[in-house]
Design a protein around this ligand. Structure first.
Ligand code: FAD
Length: 471
């Protein structure tokens, strides 16, 4: 069969991983085709993930800050929320970037093909779009088809009152009561938005802490603040049965383990299920190209992002955790460069994670929990923001900054920050780990006063007294 399109590089999926890969490949001289099933480029992150959630979180932060201003003598009164305008603001932010991406593709002569792609051979993908089917023959391919929200069974998904994160971001209304199933990053970010806009929010989490996997001390200031704001949190509990009723969704709860406690069944106006994301690797007929896909839908890759078929690469959410946009972008760039002949590889040692909750939580490298589990000998330097004049001045002194370093070499191996703007502050720790920085290097670096970034230097100086020769 004759191909409709021939290209050197085919990128399947136009999320942050895919568009980065396509642009880099084109910049390096490869004739590139980018296949995307949705009308806009940008994938989950731009259209229904990172960007809209942060626009709404900004609105939530403004509501909270205005309420807090009463404490220093400025009363803005009760907020009046025009949902249509807020939605339009979010869409405008997205639109600015989707337009930008389309322009960048055009500028580089990346051919964008609209439709859903699936492999038919190791060098061919068939794309089904509005105008029928097209066969694309490629020299090399980068699979960047991403992930989608896990739809827990047992929920009435045909009822619009049961939402995944995409539905929640659509902001159809502000329900009086909202149940968030899953206390991970996405669940808690959406809980933050809806609570600020006026919903009574309840969160249930199966594990024994919010944001499982994160050091518990980092999570505590957030958990305390959520409770103070009236968010009800049930840990070690699972939503066990649901029933759509006229007045709402009735949810029953069970203890996560035998002998535990669970709250009574309750009716909620809306339920958001945020229990994780599943990779799309199993939906591409990858077997026709000979590409291995795990049972869960992940595509295993080597340090150069190559699948088991050497001319087919895979990147982003569908190669594994952490499912984060900046990891996808980095991998996309690497795969394109390797495909273009550059000799490179990468091991994910330093991928910062950020929960844009209020306060924000950010961490990078080895966590204390991980260090303990692996028997690593680490020291910890912790600086409480209660001692930061800047944090106190803005009325947000509940945070802290901690550095985790190798006890023998004093090199930074990890760190975490909880507090406002933690996500913007964590990059210094990522750089420190990448550069093999020692605690003393940070302590010796002059940080501007009074800033929140100063807390990083202070943490290097107040590190449990393990080091005495800083100066
Ligand atoms: P995706 O963004 O999932 O893109 C894959 C693309 O492939 C999609 O556009 C899809 O339509 C397309 N596709 C799939 N199959 C096919 C096919 N067969 N044919 C054609 N096209 C196909 N990450 C962060 O780093 N920071 C955040 O603040 C953040 N916030 C988030 C908030 C929410 C609510 C959610 C849901 C996610 C968030 N994430 C965040 C995660 C982030 O969105 C993902 O890690 C990122 O989008 C992954 O990029 P990707 O390129 O691997 O895949």
């Amino acid at each position: 069969r004759k191909a409709d399109i021939e290209c050197a590089m085919l990128v399947l999926g136009a999320g942050p991983g895919g568009y980065t890969a396509a642009f880099r490949a084109a910049d390096l001289g490869l004739d590139t085709v980018l296949v995307e099933r949705y009308p806009q480029l940008g994938g989950v992150c731009l259209n229904v993930g990172c960007i809209p959630s942060k626009a709404l979180l900004h609105a939530a932060a403004v509501v909270d800050e205005a309420a807090h201003a009463k404490d220093y003598g400025i009363d803005f009164g009760k907020p009046k929320i025009a949902l249509d305008t807020l939605r339009a603001y979010k869409e405008k932010v997205i639109g600015q970037f989707t337009k930008g991406l389309a322009g960048m593709a055009k500028q580089r002569k990346v051919r964008v093909v609209a439709g859903t792609g699936a492999f038919v051979s190791p060098n061919e993908v068939e794309v089904e779009g509005a105008d029928g089917k097209q066969l694309i023959r490629f020299g090399q391919c980068i699979i960047a088809a991403g992930s989608q929200a896990v739809k827990l069974p047992g929920f009435p998904w045909d009822d619009a009152r049961v939402m995944d994160s995409t539905d929640a971001l659509a902001l159809a209304d502000i329900p009086k009561t909202l149940l968030v199933v899953g206390g991970g990053i996405i669940g808690l970010e959406m809980a933050t938005v809806y609570r600020a806009l006026g919903s009574q929010v309840t969160v249930v989490e199966f594990m024994d802490q919010l944001m499982p996997g994160t050091d518990p001390d980092l999570v505590k200031p957030l958990a305390d603040r959520l409770r103070k704001q009236g968010v009800v949190v049930h840990l070690k509990v699972k939503a066990s049965a649901t029933q759509a009723q006229k007045q709402g969704i009735k949810v029953s709860f069970e203890p996560a383990a035998a002998g535990g406690a669970a709250p009574e069944a309750q009716v909620f106006d809306r339920v958001l299920v945020a229990v994780g994301r599943a990779p799309n690797g199993g939906k591409l007929r990858a077997e026709q190209a000979g590409v291995s896909v795990s049972e869960r839908g992940f595509i295993p890759v080597d340090r150069q992002m190559r699948s088991n078929v050497p001319h087919i690469f895979a990147i982003g959410d569908l190669v594994g955790n952490p499912m984060l946009a900046h990891k996808a972008t980095h991998e996309g760039k690497l795969a394109a460069e390797v495909a273009a002949g550059e000799k490179k590889e990468w091991v994910a040692r330093v991928v910062p994670s950020v929960a844009y909750t209020d306060p924000e939580i950010a961490w990078v490298g080895v966590t204390e929990t991980e260090a303990k589990a692996k028997g690593l000998k680490v020291g910890v330097g912790k600086f409480p923001w209660a001692a930061s004049a800047r944090a106190v001045g803005i009325g947000r002194s509940e945070g802290f900054t901690k550095l985790i370093f190798d006890e023998a070499t004093h090199r930074i191996v990890g760190g975490g920050i909880v507090g406002v703007h933690a996500g913007d502050l964590i990059s210094e720790l990522a750089l420190a780990i990448e550069m093999g920085c020692e605690v003393g290097d940070i302590a010796h670096t002059i940080h501007p006063h009074p800033t929140l970034s100063e807390s990083v230097a202070m943490a290097a100086e107040v590190f449990d007294g393990t080091i005495t020769d800083l100066y």
